[in-house]
Design a protein around this ligand. Sequence first.
Ligand SMILES: Cc1cc2nc3c(=O)[nH]c(=O)nc-3n(C[C@H](O)[C@H](O)[C@H](O)COP(=O)(O)OP(=O)(O)OC[C@H]3O[C@@H](n4cnc5c(N)ncnc54)[C@H](O)[C@@H]3O)c2cc1C
Length: 319
Amino acid sequence: MATPIPTTKLVIIGAGLAGATFSHLATQHHIPTTIIEKSRGTGGRAGSKRLSCGGIDQGASILGFSDEDLTDIREHLLEQNVLQRWQSGYVGTPRMSSITRYLSSHAELVTETKVQHIERSYDDYWLLRDDKYQPVIKAEYVMIATPALQASMLLATIPNTSTLLLQANRAGANTLSQWVMWLRTSQTDAAPLQFSVHPSLETLIKDSDKPGRERQDDDLWVVQASPEWSQTHLDSDKAEVQAALQQAFSEVIDCEVYEAGEPHRWLLGRQAMPVSSSSFLWDNQLNIGLIGDWLCQGDAEGAMLSAQYAFDYLRKKVL
Ligand SMILES: Cc1cc2nc3c(=O)[nH]c(=O)nc-3n(C[C@H](O)[C@H](O)[C@H](O)COP(=O)(O)OP(=O)(O)OC[C@H]3O[C@@H](n4cnc5c(N)ncnc54)[C@H](O)[C@@H]3O)c2cc1C
């Protein structure tokens, strides 16, 4: 006999900040919720990378969290010790990924599963299938919390989503890639957060200066290339990118480099300009919606706000 397909009320596709925030709000209101995430863990572009010498925040380095609509979540995360103040904003502790891990902890989380098709089941649920066309889960409500281009690929598998699809497609055209790498260096008292200090660089972040990451004998830095530099080096090989970014770093920070990590290219890294006038999208006929940074501000705080506004709306009207 075939194994029954799991069924839930709400399914969220993507465990980045938007998806994890939405799941936190839904589970606080006792709504049965499952998150499907294609990677091994939560975080998306606010995730962290494990290294043999520790770990670093490979995506978002600092969250603004200044919007008063996020006060409740911010205070809750501070109380739970998964968030601390750093420089002019906040960081997850002991890693940035701690935020999404905590926010999604009351939902069912299915990782390493890429949703590729969304279709109607015979009993009128949404049926999500993976990239091998295997059924994953059935749900009444679907919230897509992926970058715009990935959202438009999913929407293209569903009939009658032209309004949502158009918005996601337009936003997808405004996505910028970004190269990032890490360096282990001798200790230095250089400022831990430096913006636009070199033509090739957007930000230098001393990751080991953040709370909970202090080190004894060395420092860990994250080097983020500027989106413009990344665009012109989109298809360069990794060794070339590594050499160029390390050189740029050394022109700014005076210290010895002990070890350099392989650069990572965030293909859908930054949302240049959110194009929608709404900070989330919801189709009342289909019961399918969209959240994410590309609908609100184009940053980490925007991803969380998009989820917060979508949940406030759905709680009153739908769920
Ligand atoms: C290098 C870099 C540095 C940044 N620095 C900052 C910063 O300092 N401050 C700031 O505010 N913002 C920063 N940002 C932007 C910030 O990281 C993003 O705005 C924010 O994390 C986006 O969250 P999200 O939930 O909307 O999307 P994402 O984080 O992209 O989450 C989407 C999730 O969906 C998953 N997914 C996608 N498709 C599927 C599928 N088909 N099936 C299942 N799962 C799927 C992905 O794996 C991912 O986990 C930075 C971004 C980058 C790339």
